[in-house]
Design a protein around this ligand. Structure first.
Ligand SMILES: NC(=O)c1ccc[n+]([C@@H]2O[C@H](COP(=O)([O-])OP(=O)(O)OC[C@H]3O[C@@H](n4cnc5c(N)ncnc54)[C@H](O)[C@@H]3O)[C@@H](O)[C@H]2O)c1
Length: 264
């Protein structure tokens, strides 16, 4: 039994689909009410019986995430996997030119959204003695991404939060844990949805065919499969995508070189 925030589209919908295809049940939540019915039809069309339910919830609002928790427990009786996935992208500009409204929005949705999910659901997992929290960050949480500072900052925060959370959960039981998902580029409508939610300007011109531009782009389902495999294996990090390993390696190498150069 799982819950996925930002589950009406993209990676969240891919995770929900993978859960339903494995015979599981899922609650999806999203801030875009109009996107939920099609996502639920898609999920419930894949198996016998209603395996998916949905509710509107803004992850930046703690009370709405508490309502999501109550809805999840009322609908399916328990929760085993909590996917804090909802997110937006920020406009492209150097750090000093990013406006305060962007910083505020990214912190409220991406950092506070994950914190609200952990605060609302973790006590239930701890009480039942088992369960897993899967937080979606990005490859931008493992290495710098120029001109997306509000995005990289909040994604790094989600990596740090999840690593800490995993230690705290595993200290209680080996049946508890947390995983952070840090994919490279994924073929989702993140830009269009972020524009619809007022986070970035609507892109000018016809939609870009990302598959033609970047043949190595991942599908949401590929990302979902990698994430679920990592959860099942109890791994703390999962970072699918062509260049992610190299980008993470070069950051860690540089970090260790810098630290070692002043070590006593
Ligand atoms: N697409 C990529 O290339 C990529 C790569 C790495 C990480 N990510 C991250 O994956 C996550 C999912 O993004 P996606 O690419 O699937 O995009 P998406 O737009 O398809 O899905 C994100 C969903 O989150 C919802 N959402 C936004 N703000 C919300 C809020 N305050 N409360 C509840 N729901 C909200 C949106 O309505 C949307 O349905 C994001 O956190 C994103 O940063 C995406």
């Amino acid at each position: 039994m799982a819950v996925v925030t930002g589950g009406a589209s993209g990676i969240g919908l891919g995770i929900a689909e993978a859960i339903v295809d494995r015979g599981g049940r899922v609650v999806i939540s999203d801030i875009r009410q109009d996107a939920l019915p099609a996502a639920l039809d898609h999920l419930n069309g894949r198996a016998e019986g209603a395996r998916a339910a949905g509710i509107v919830a803004d992850v930046s609002n703690a009370a709405e995430v508490e309502t999501l928790t109550a809805f999840t427990l009322e609908t399916f009786g328990r929760v085993d996997l909590v996917c804090n996935n909802a997110g937006l992208v920020s406009p492209a500009a150097p750090t000093w030119e990013q406006d305060l409204a962007t910083w505020d929005r990214m912190i409220r949705v991406k950092i506070m959204g994950v914190i609200h999910g952990v605060r609302a659901f973790a006590p239930h997992l701890v009480a039942q003695g088992s369960g897993h929290i899967l937080n979606t960050a990005s490859s931008a949480g493992l290495a710098p991404l120029a001109d997306r500072s509000p995005y990289t900052t909040t994604m790094h925060a989600v990596v740090g939060l999840t690593e800490t959370l995993d230690v705290e959960l595993k200290r209680l039981s080996s049946q508890l844990g947390a995983t952070v998902l840090c994919p490279g580029l994924v073929d989702t409508p993140l830009g269009a949805n972020s524009a619809a939610l007022g986070a970035i300007a609507a892109p000018a011109g016809p939609p870009v065919d990302m598959r033609a531009l970047r043949p190595d782009i991942l599908s949401p389902r590929q990302v979902a499969e990698a994430a679920i495999n990592a959860v099942e294996a109890g791994r703390v990090h999962v970072a699918p995508g062509g260049d992610v390993l190299e980008r993470a390696r070069s950051r860690v190498d540089e970090l260790l070189r810098d630290i070692a150069s002043v070590a006593p």
